[in-house]
Write a protein that binds this ligand. Sequence first.
Ligand code: FDA
Length: 394
Amino acid sequence: MSTIRCDVLVIGAGAAGLMTAITAGQRGRHVQVIDHANKIGKKILMSGGGRCNFTNTGTTPANFLSANPHFCKSALARYSPYHFIEMVERHGIAYHEKELGQLFCDVSSKQIVKMLVDECQQAGVQIRTQCSVERIEHGTDGFRVQTTHGLFHCASLVVATGGLSIPSLGATGFGYEIARQFGHQLLPTRAGLVPLTLSGTHQERLAELSGVALPVEASCNGTSFRNFMLLTHRGVSGPAILQISSFWQPGDALSLDLLPGQDAAEWLRQMKRERPAAELRTVLGDVLPKRLAQRLCEHWLPDRPVRQLDEPDLRKAAQVLSAFPLVASGTEGYRTAEVTLGGVDTNEVSSSTLESKRVPGLHFVGEVLDVTGWLGGYNFQWAWASGHAAGCVV
Ligand code: FDA
């Protein structure tokens, strides 16, 4: 098969790879993008319930988890959410803010993929799908990458293969293999932004409430998120849980404030004054989903009229309501996780160019690196920003 010569070969036609390609192509570089999947940007298509939460206007480095929290600063500072919004507006894509700076397409995430593909075309970037890499060699004259579409010979190689989440969307650990091949350290990977599973009595007592949703404040290891929680057949999900899952590891304590923003003890005292004859389950049913209130009173709280609660009872009940100890047994894993925590150690990668400090010309962008955003558009913003930073230099 023929040899394809180019300045830049990007492996992975996802968010970070396409942004790298666009930026480098606009600089006049000859760029090729390859992907083993049959479609470009499958995760973008699936994201945000089909409407792609493509950025978050409040993005700061504090919204990311990494062994080196400073690493993401440089790229994020040079490509802000407003740079991406400018591209979205230039392509006439209507969008809206859902909450907390999260921007979604009004119509479909397909528009974001089309925009990226159009930008690639304008920048002269060639994209090939269903193209798998068989071997990568590095010499003084660059990289030789043997693929099912022929041999690519390039000066810069960009690894944009993402993380392990959702293998059915094309996710593989191939980026980690390339990193290993070139002597890079990897930090342990685990599923993030993922539903948690419960076991034992918690699972038995709560499984029947599957479908019940309520606002909570979920806390773990000193971090808290206030948002909705959804009870599922196997455990808990919803934005509050997905957020806190990235901070949780097996064995860690996890607690839920079921009355977020309220002083539970004060509220119970008020109920005792105002509705003394009412059962606790009844008054709780006014502020929590009724089925949950009932279940709490069957197993965790005193099932009697509130006037019968003395101060110690009341404080104990308040403790259950404000710091309900959730015993998670695990996560739903990469099958449903939105992201992968850990990955290529950022200490061996330049934060300004995303270039390997070990192998000149080798770059890592996006989720393959040990940089993981919170839920809410931050992960795409990292993909755009890191892709842009690499695209400026390759
Ligand atoms: P990405 O995974 O996008 O791209 C990697 C590409 O590499 C893929 O096209 C893959 O096929 C290819 N590849 C993998 N192995 C390969 C191999 N061996 N050879 C060749 N190609 C290979 N984030 C956010 O900010 N807002 C949101 O709304 C959502 N929603 C969301 C929903 C769902 C269901 C998921 C799973 C994830 C999200 N995310 C998100 C997270 C976001 O999708 C993710 O962080 C980015 O897509 C990461 O971009 P990358 O380009 O790094 O990887």
